[in-house]
Design a binder for this molecule. Structure first.
Ligand code: IPE
Ligand code: IPE
Ligand code: MG
Length: 249
């Protein structure tokens, strides 16, 4: 599950796939007596820094929770502001993503977005397809339950019961063919999953930080990775078995 591509300066295990719940933009803005949208704009700067850092570290997949299937419940003004921000970020960042070999892919139910936004997403996906660096998955109008349900529906439609198993299911889920996250990070102090990747997080290492997303940075990412690299992942086995596997590798 881990690669050995090391950061130049330090010798540590780098997770292949990091999944992040980017939380705390609203509270960050509120503390500064600014509108919530100001926090989302600042949050986008953090996204830029973290994408760059992950690409440089040799992380293969980064999944960012940008908008949940429940976030439509927010005030209309905030939802509209977030959609506009998403659109302008796609326009602004597309070229530099492609230039840096970052492949962008959206996971989530995109049918709820405006036609314009849907076509922009498709355009950026096409432009960045086949990049040699980081694969960036943006979870937008994404819900873990939606994902499981849409995969279950496909499985029921396309397979008879004897063909139904976890391996087949994994080809139908939104993250198809992508290894499960090794490290989950949630900023903003809450200790919950909030309907993010429910199926995929089964054996992911969870890391929670009180740092609000706009204050999160490369250094904070490094702390999370350090913490991760000290954990023993057992996947149901005993610690001794894992040690033995390591010795035999
Ligand atoms: C996360 O920050 C960003 C989105 C959900 C789009 P929040 O907007 O949830 O910030 P808080 O939790 O209110 O501080
Ligand atoms: C989770 O954050 C969703 C995203 C970061 C996009 P929320 O702020 O929506 O989560 P809850 O409502 O506090 O659980
Ligand atoms: Mg929040």
């Amino acid at each position: 599950m881990l690669n050995n591509k090391n950061d130049k300066s330090e010798d540590k295990l780098i997770p292949r796939h990091i999944a992040i719940v980017m939380d705390g933009n609203g509270r960050w803005a509120k503390a500064k007596y600014r509108p919530r949208l100001f926090g989302h704009h600042k949050g986008l700067e953090t996204v830029r820094e973290i994408v760059k850092a992950c690409n440089a570290l040799g992380v293969e997949y980064l999944t960012l929770f940008a908008f949940s299937s429940e976030n439509w419940r927010r005030p209309e003004e905030e939802v509209n502001g977030l959609m506009n921000l998403f659109m302008s970020a796609l326009k602004k960042e597309a070229k530099s993503l492609a230039k840096n070999g970052v492949t962008l892919q959206l996971i989530g139910d995109r049918s709820a977005f405006s036609e314009k936004l849907q076509s922009k997403i498709a355009q950026v996906e096409d432009l960045t397809a086949g990049g040699k660096g980081l694969r960036l998955l943006i979870a937008a109008n994404y819900g873990g339950r939606w994902d499981i349900l849409q995969a279950a529906k496909k499985m029921a439609r396309e397979h008879v019961e004897s063909e139904m198993n976890e391996a087949v299911f994994e080809t139908l889920i939104a993250t198809q063919n992508i290894p499960d996250p090794d490290l989950f990070i949630r900023t903003g102090g809450e200790r919950r999953i909030s309907n993010f990747l429910l199926w995929q997080l089964a054996y992911t290492e969870l890391y929670f930080t009180d740092t609000l997303w706009p204050d999160f940075n490369k250094k904070a990412l490094r702390l999370a990775i350090n913490d991760f690299s000290q954990r023993q992942r057992r996947f149901g086995k005993t610690g001794d078995q894992i040690q033995e596997d390591k010795n035999n590798a």
